[in-house]
Design a protein around this ligand. Structure first.
Ligand SMILES: *Cc1c(COP(=O)(O)O)cnc(C)c1O
Length: 477
C-alpha cells in the first residue's frame, strides 16, 4: 500500500516541469516567481494529501502537467487577490461589525483621499509654525455639536472606556449595576476591561433591578467613579428598574464622585423623530449631567472606527495626559474621515441624507419598495430550475449592538430553493467575485435591499443570472 502511494507521488509532475509549461510561463509574465512557486506547491501538496488519505488511488488525467498547470493558475488567481476586499452586504444589518460597520459618506472619502496622499497639518500649528495637537481637528466641532465642555478621540470605544477607567479609577473602585455588565461581540466585556484598567469593579443590584440605594450603600473612600453602561445588544424586559441618569448624577455630586456613561453606539440624532425606538442621544446624556460619556465612531454615528470621549474639562484633560493615550491614539486617516462625518451633522437634514448608516436606517418603506422593484426588474425574467424568485416584505436590523429590538420594515428579494438548496446558494454567492453576503431565512436566500447600494444592483443581478444557469456547483463548493 505504502509503496503504491510512493509510486503515485512520483507520477506527479515536477516543479521544473510545471514551470516550463506554456500556461505557467505566461503566468510568470504578470506574477512574481515566488508567488507562482507558492501556487505550484499548494496544488502539489493538495494532491499529496489526497494520495495519503486514499482519495486518489491511481494516476488519472488530472496528473498531467497540462491539467495541473490549470489548477495552479486558478490557485494563483486566488492567492494573488488582496485579502481585504469589498463585499456586497445583502443581510439587511446596517451596522454589520463583521462587514466593516459603517460605510463612509462620499464627502469623507474625498477628504480621506487627499489627506492620505499628501502631507497635512496633523500635528502642526499653522498660525505659529510650531508643533500642534492632532486632537484640535475634531475637538471644536464635537464641542459645538454636543455642548460638551471638552472632547477627545482614541482608537475605538473599547479604548475610550479603558483609558477613562485607567485614568480616573486605577487601584480604586468603580460602581456598576449588575444589569449592565455587557459583552459586546465577544471581544469587549465590561468586567474584563475593568480588570485591565486596574480598577476594582463593585457590582450592585440584581440583573433586572438596581436601585439608587444599592449604589449609595457601597460608596466609600475608595469609590472613584459611578459607571453606567448602555446594554447595547440586549434588553432586560419585564420587571426591571435602572437608576435614571439625573439621580445617579445627584448621588455622585453629593459624594464628589464623577458619573461616566458608556453609550456604546452614541447617536447625535434623535431617531425617535424618524419613527424609531427612543434612545438617549449623546447630547441628552450630557445634558442630564453625565461627567463623561464615551461612544463609537462607526456605529450609529456612521463614521470611521474611533472612540469619542466627551465631558468635563478636568477629566478629559487628565485622560489626554495619560501615557496610554500614545498607544491608543487615532491616526490621521481616521481623523479626517471623522472630521468630515461630524461636519455633516451641522445640518441634520444633510446628515440624514449623506451619512449612509443614517440614510439606510431611516430609509422609508415606500422608497425601499421602489428600490426593490428596480432590483427585481433586472432579474424578473430569469427562469431557472435552480431556484425561483419572490419579492416580499421583510425586516432589517440596525446592528452594531444598537436598538436590538427595533424591527425595520423592509422589502426583500428571496430565492426559493429548486434544484439547489438554500445553503448551496448562500455559499455560491459568498464565493462570487465580489462576494455577496446574503442571509438565510425560512430556508430561503434573502437579499435585503436596505443595505445593498444602488450602484451594486448590476452585480447582484448578474450573480443571480449566473446562478440561474449554473449547471453544477463544482469548483465553487
Ligand atoms: C460597541 C460597544 C463598545 C465597544 O466599542 P468599539 O468602538 O467597538 O470598541 C463598548 N461599549 C458598548 C456599550 C458598546 O456598545
Amino acid at each position: 500500500m505504502a509503496a503504491d502511494k510512493q509510486i503515485l507521488f512520483r507520477k506527479l509532475p515536477a516543479v521544473d516541469q510545471l514551470l516550463a509549461n506554456p500556461v505557467i510561463e505566461k503566468a510568470l509574465v504578470s506574477h512574481p516567481k515566488g508567488l507562482v512557486l507558492k501556487a505550484i506547491n499548494l496544488v502539489l501538496d493538495g494532491f499529496r494529501a489526497d494520495i495519503r488519505e486514499g482519495s486518489i488511488v491511481e494516476p488519472g488525467p488530472e496528473f498531467e502537467a497540462e491539467s495541473v498547470s490549470l489548477r495552479v493558475l486558478e490557485r494563483l488567481e486566488l492567492i494573488s487577490m488582496p485579502s481585504l476586499r469589498n463585499v456586497i452586504n445583502a443581510t439587511g444589518v446596517v451596522v454589520h461589525t463583521n462587514l466593516g460597520r459603517s460605510i463612509l459618506p462620499e464627502k469623507a472619502l474625498e477628504r480621506f483621499n487627499s489627506i492620505a496622499g499628501g502631507y497635512s497639518n496633523l500635528e502642526y500649528d499653522l498660525d505659529n509654525g510650531t508643533r500642534g495637537s492632532r486632537y484640535v481637528h475634531v475637538e471644536e466641532i464635537l464641542k459645538e455639536l454636543t455642548s460638551a465642555e471638552a472632547a477627545m478621540v482614541v482608537n475605538n470605544n473599547a479604548a475610550a472606556v479603558l483609558i477613562a477607567l485607567e485614568t480616573l479609577a486605577k487601584d480604586r473602585e468603580v460602581v456598576v449595576s449588575r444589569g449592565q455588565l455587557v459583552e459586546i461581540g465577544g471581544s469587549f466585556r465590561i468586567p474584563d476591561v475593568m480588570r485591565k484598567s486596574g480598577a476594582k469593579m463593585v457590582e450592585v443590584g440584581a440583573t433586572n433591578k438596581t436601585h439608587l440605594k444599592d449604589y449609595e450603600e457601597v460608596i466609600g473612600p475608595q469609590t472613584a467613579l459611578l459607571l453606567k453602561v448602555h446594554t447595547s445588544n440586549f434588553q432586560v424586559v419585564g420587571f426591571t428598574e435602572e437608576v435614571p441618569m439625573p439621580e445617579l448624577v445627584k448621588l455622585g455630586e453629593r459624594h464628589g464622585i464623577p458619573v461616566m456613561e458608556d453609550l456604546g453606539s452614541g447617536c447625535l440624532v434623535d431617531l425617535s423623530n424618524f419613527g424609531l425606538i427612543k434612545e438617549p442621544t449623546v447630547q441628552e446624556s450630557l445634558a442630564l449631567g453625565a461627567d463623561l460619556v464615551t461612544f463609537s465612531g462607526d456605529k450609529l454615528l456612521g463614521g470611521p472606527q474611533a472612540g469619542i470621549i466627551l465631558g468635563r474639562r478636568d477629566l478629559v484633560q487628565a485622560i489626554r495626559r495619560n501615557q496610554l493615550n500614545r498607544a491608543l491614539r487615532i491616526d490621521k486617516l481616521t481623523l479626517v474621515a471623522l472630521e468630515e462625518t461630524l461636519r455633516l451633522y451641522r445640518d441634520q437634514r444633510l446628515a440624514m441624507k449623506e451619512i449612509p448608516t443614517l440614510a439606510m436606517i431611516c430609509h422609508s418603506y415606500d422608497s425601499l419598495r421602489e428600490k426593490a422593484d428596480r432590483l427585481h426588474k433586472l432579474v424578473s425574467n430569469t427562469k431557472s430550475n435552480n431556484f425561483s424568485i419572490e419579492l416580499i416584505d421583510g425586516s432589517s436590523k440596525v446592528g452594531g449592538g444598537a436598538l436590538p429590538l427595533q424591527e425595520l420594515k423592509s422589502r426583500i428579494l428571496c430565492l426559493i430553493p429548486g434544484k439547489l438548496s438554500s445553503q448551496q446558494m448562500e455559499f455560491w454567492f459568498r464565493a462570487y467575485a465580489p462576494p455577496l453576503i446574503t442571509r438565510l431565512e425560512r430556508d430561503r436566500v434573502v437579499f435585503d435591499v436596505r443595505t445593498i447600494q444602488e450602484r451594486e444592483f448590476e452585480i447582484v443581478a448578474r450573480a443571480i443570472k449566473d446562478l440561474a444557469v449554473a449547471e453544477s456547483l463544482e469548483g465553487r463548493m
